[in-house]
Ligand binder design. Structure first.
Ligand code: ZN
Length: 303
């Protein structure tokens, strides 16, 4: 289906801020708004108001894509579809966020994780164009991954939780106990922006590029990327997020991932061209917002 006559709404719902946009593709974003994430009712009402205003100015939306922080229920046949699942974020557990959109818009609505949305955005317009199996990982305040497997976004039972895999934790090198409320020293517990700040007593953005923190960080990320490589056989891994996108960190991650895989995956892209295997997002920090637009486009195609 051609997009020429369509206009899409996209919501990138984060734990601290929401970004809403109306447009068609990266070169045609007609309007954009961002606001703080407060209560579900207030935040979703702001999103609805924004889209209503844009419809009045630009014309009717054809579909809305909503790429949201999780955990959430993305399964359309589940009784809790469209809701946020139990989360430490006050007020959001069980919030029927898709229902709040449906009350105002009788058009196709797609609902997925923020990282699956970002993955789809990268597939549509970024560094995953033409691939059928890849991973989008974000390392920022939290850690999460979306997977596109053999031509579609992976959901399975609920959706992947790539931030919570176990990693080897050498307590001599890193005595920090981790910050995950569920697992302590899982990957996110050791490598998130929150973990960095708590371990070193200062924000990652204030640590110098040659601080030992980055060796540790690159190693945890590399352990995770090696595990994902063994499990899903991705053709590429895109690493984004406030921490993951740091230019000085990427070469360390590439090198250490290659060392961790240690020649076992016999593919030239890993053996000879690790820089094209592990890459930064092609859409920069717009993967999530544009991914929401891509989700809307897909919802319309499927309707
Ligand atoms: Zn965890």
């Amino acid at each position: 289906m051609k997009n020429n006559n369509h206009l899409f709404g996209g919501i990138e719902g984060g734990g601290t801020k929401f970004v809403c946009a109306v447009g068609v593709d990266p070169d045609n974003i007609r309007a954009e708004a961002r606001f703080s994430t407060t209560t579900p009712q207030e935040t979703m009402a702001q999103a609805v108001d924004f889209f209503k205003q844009q419809e009045a100015a630009l014309g009717r939306l054809s579909a809305i894509g909503f790429a949201c922080f999780g955990p959430l229920d993305p399964n359309p046949v589940s009784p809790t579809y469209g809701r946020i699942l139990p989360t430490p974020k006050p007020g959001w557990t069980n919030a029927d966020v898709v229902g709040m959109l449906r009350n105002s818009f009788d058009i196709p609505i797609a609902f997925d994780t923020d990282v699956n949305g970002a993955a789809l955005g990268e597939w549509r317009w970024g560094k995953a164009r033409g691939l059928d199996t890849f991973i989008y990982l974000t390392v920022g305040t939290g850690v999460g991954g979306g997977a596109y497997v053999e031509g579609k976004l992976l959901h399975g039972l609920i959706h992947p939780e790539m931030g919570h895999i176990a990693v080897k934790h050498d307590f001599e090198a890193d005595p920090f106990e981790g910050v995950c409320p569920f697992h302590g020293d899982c990957f996110e517990g050791l490598a998130s922006g929150v973990a960095i700040e708590k371990r070193w007593g200062q924000r990652g953005s204030t640590l110098s590029n040659d601080h030992i923190a980055w060796e540790l960080e690159a190693d945890y990320i590399a352990q995770a990327l090696a595990s994902y490589s063994f499990m899903l056989s991705p053709q590429r891994i895109i690493v984004g997020g406030g921490v993951g996108s740091l230019p000085h960190l990427l070469p360390k991650i590439q090198q250490r991932t290659k060392e961790r895989i240690n020649g076992y995956i016999q593919s030239p892209v890993i053996l000879e061209n690790i820089k094209s295997y592990i890459v930064s997002p092609g859409l920069g920090n717009r993967s999530g917002m544009l991914g929401a637009i891509a989700l809307a486009e897909q919802a319309l195609q499927r309707s």
